[in-house]
Design a protein around this ligand. Structure first.
Ligand SMILES: NC(=O)c1ccc[n+]([C@@H]2O[C@H](COP(=O)([O-])OP(=O)(O)OC[C@H]3O[C@@H](n4cnc5c(N)ncnc54)[C@H](OP(=O)(O)O)[C@@H]3O)[C@@H](O)[C@H]2O)c1
Length: 283
């Protein structure tokens, strides 16, 4: 029977991974139990496991602009440590990555092997993590890139919009950034499918399909919550300048799933509806 290890297990995706692996032999380690920047500790934790899923990351995108070394230690060195330890015991290794590794100025979906060209500090650290992990363990590393994640167990954009809806008559949201809103529940189940299928090592895009602007996504959130979507007003990125630069186009393609004989993840609208039905936004 496969023995799984989840790192960063207390995070938003980590919690949904635990649910997706319910009933299997799983060790779930939160940061307090395993700091992935510590190679010795990583080696001890990885021993006796067959599949390692790294959901640990430094995810404060704006803070990473001024704390890149700290972010690099977790997102790059941490990923490398896990890949080294997984290679030593022959366990498969899933490194969760992000759309931020790409530039974001494309006009057609990024393929799994598009060149990495991050424009933010966070993106640089995650791109280094992908590369270091794949160099350390080319035959056993899966890079699964998520994007625009929302889920029950963490702060995220969708929850913020619902909170704002409770106190503001209208919310203004940008129309000029396109991506793929993705439910961590779906991403967690897709990672499990990937491992179950014994798919070839390499990069995969773990996003719900289709594409949306933040404006489209917010309107859909309002609709699903029974709120009037006309309360969502369009604006553009010049009104929301943030420390980390935000690209305009971050849609990811799905050739690798098909080559591995797996279905890509469902459409983002269907996933959002399912997340509401599942009670993700109930509290
Ligand atoms: N959220 C998004 O929109 C998004 C989009 C694309 C990809 N991703 C990727 O998806 C993955 C999961 O993200 P998430 O949204 O679930 O993030 P999250 O909720 O912030 O979870 C990350 C977890 O990693 C832990 N962690 C931080 N440093 C650690 C260390 N040195 N050792 C062990 N654990 C450590 C954090 O613990 P503390 O809270 O105690 O620091 C936290 O529990 C990450 O790889 C992220 O880059 C996220």
């Amino acid at each position: 029977m496969t023995r799984y290890l989840i790192t960063g297990a207390a995070g938003m995706l980590g919690r949904d991974l635990q649910a997706a692996l319910d009933g299997r032999d799983v060790t779930a380690l939160a940061r307090a139990n395993l700091d992935i920047t510590d190679l010795d500790a990583v080696r001890s934790a990885v021993a006796d496991h067959d599949a390692i899923i790294n959901a640990a990351a430094y995810t404060k995108v704006d803070d990473a602009e001024t704390h890149e070394d700290e972010a690099h230690a977790v997102n790059a060195t941490g990923a490398q440590n896990l890949a080294i330890a997984a290679a030593e015991v022959g366990a498969r290794f899933v490194q969760v990555s992000t759309d931020y590794v790409f530039h974001g100025n494309a006009t057609a979906p990024y393929s799994e092997d598009s060149s990495l060209d991050p424009i933010s500090a966070y993106g640089r650290t995650k791109a280094d993590g992908e590369q270091l992990a794949r160099q350390a363990y080319p035959d056993g590393t899966y890079v699964v890139r998520g994007a625009w994640l929302y889920g029950e167990h963490g702060p995220n954009f969708a929850k913020t919009m619902l909170r704002l809806a409770a106190s503001h008559e209208t919310v203004s949201v940008v129309t000029d950034q396109l991506g793929q809103p993705t439910w961590t529940g779906d991403l967690a189940r897709q990672i499990v499918r990937l491992l179950d299928a014994d798919a070839p090592a390499g990069a995969y895009h773990g996003t719900n399909s289709g594409q949306a602007s933040w404006f489209d996504f917010t309107k859909a959130i309002f609709e699903n919550a029974g709120l009037d979507p006309e309360r969502v007003l369009p604006t553009d990125s010049t009104q929301f300048v943030r420390p980390a630069p935000w690209p305009a186009y971050w849609v990811l393609g799905y050739d690798a799933w098909e080559s591995a004989g797996l279905e890509p993840m469902r459409d983002w609208n269907a996933a959002l509806r399912a997340a509401f039905d599942d009670g993700v936004f109930a509290s």
